[in-house]
Design a binder for this molecule. Structure first.
Ligand SMILES: Nc1ncnc2c1ncn2[C@@H]1O[C@H](COP(=O)(O)OP(=O)(O)O)[C@@H](O)[C@H]1O
Ligand SMILES: [Mg+2]
Length: 328
């Protein structure tokens, strides 16, 4: 705890954003309440993304009622791997990643054997709202299991790493790569025990990491360095994230993306209240950057200009690079 406090103190000088400021000056100011369902329900997000031509993991089916659980077998069909998740879940809770079939049963990504009945029971728990944001009834989403690009083999354990970019009014602010560990059971959520690694916005090169609020240089399971890794197709990720503003209309979001070995960059989900840990992973505060974007927006408004996703990406890459310019 003391360690963490010291780190936040040191970051204050670098424009760290606290939870109150995030809520008052960003979430409340830029995110219209009526638009929340688009990001708080993964099924709606997926439908919107498909309409906008943005790639997402393919949806195999939706289960909405107890009665519909009997459709599971039909939804899974011939697939030997798939993912079941609560439409309104968060933080990786309630996500079941099935990697294979095993003698009439299923095998999770961490090798646990589960029966068909156990999966049905899991879906039933999802429907009751056990894992959902509001605690009300929810829907279960069954989708394609992402196979991570081989680039991540040396720096992640099982599961799928994801790339989070914070985006303000369509301008990328800061990025982080999240790496699953043995502890996080194949999920890339920090509170499940995944590692957060900062990413240079200009180049897509990884910086140092944090794990359970400690600074780290190596992956605890694979022992390979987590910094200095070049993420492939970095501009592709940046453009995808910038374009999510048009997709959902929310001004302050966290865009979560994955890199599939055959399907390339895919959007996993959008968050209307993105966490603040990304600042620790990047050893840099969000506020200096968001202020620069807000000043730029005010200037553009005066001149009656609106920038495209590519222009917004370039703006962020010119100003917020770690390597290129005076970093903020
Ligand atoms: N379709 C998928 N294939 C493989 N892994 C997935 C899939 N969907 C989610 N995951 C894993 O679970 C994590 C959390 O998923 P996400 O959809 O972002 O839900 P949450 O809102 O709970 O964070 C991801 O970062 C990823 O590691
Ligand atoms: Mg997520």
């Amino acid at each position: 705890m003391i360690n963490l406090w010291k780190r936040w103190k040191a970051l204050e000088a670098k424009g760290i954003m606290g939870i109150n400021r995030r809520n008052a000056d960003y979430v409340l100011k830029y995110n219209k309440r009526s638009l929340y369902p688009i990001v708080d329900d993964k099924i709606i997000t997926k439908q919107r993304a498909i309409e906008a031509g943005i790639h997402v993991p393919e949806m195999y089916g939706i289960i909405e009622t107890e009665k519909e659980i009997e459709k599971l077998e039909q939804i899974i069909g011939e697939h030997s791997d798939f993912v079941i998740k609560p439409a309104q879940g968060a933080g990786g809770d309630g996500i079941l990643v099935i990697a294979d079939r095993f003698e009439g049963r299923y095998k999770t990504v961490s090798g646990r054997i589960v029966t068909h009945e156990e999966i049905e029971y899991h879906i039933s728990s999802i429907l009751t709202g056990l894992y959902s944001l509001g605690g009300g009834r929810d829907r279960a989403l069954i989708e394609y299991r992402v196979k991570p690009d081989p680039i991540f083999k040396s720096i992640s354990y099982e599961g799928v790493p994801d790339i989070r970019i914070i985006v303000l009014m369509g301008y990328p602010v800061m990025a982080m790569l999240r790496l699953p560990t043995r502890q996080s059971s194949g999920k890339a959520n920090l509170h499940q025990g995944a590692i957060g690694v900062g990413v240079d916005l200009t180049t897509g090169l990884t910086l140092r990491g944090t794990w359970l609020n400690n600074k780290i240089a190596k992956h605890p399971d694979t022992t390979n360095p987590v910094d200095g890794v070049q993420l492939p197709d970095w501009d592709g990720f940046m453009k995808l994230a910038a374009g999510c503003y048009e997709l959902c209309g929310l001004g302050y979001i966290g865009v979560d993306m994955v890199l599939d070995e055959t399907k390339g960059p895919l959007i996993l989900e959008l968050n209307a209240r993105p966490g603040l840990n990304i600042q620790i992973a990047n050893d840099c505060g969000l506020a200096l950057r968001t202020h620069k974007i807000e000043a730029h927006l005010a200037d553009l408004k005066e001149r009656g200009i609106q920038e495209t996703p590519t222009e917004r990406m370039r703006f962020a890459q010119e100003l917020f690079g770690r390597v290129s310019t005076a970093a903020v």
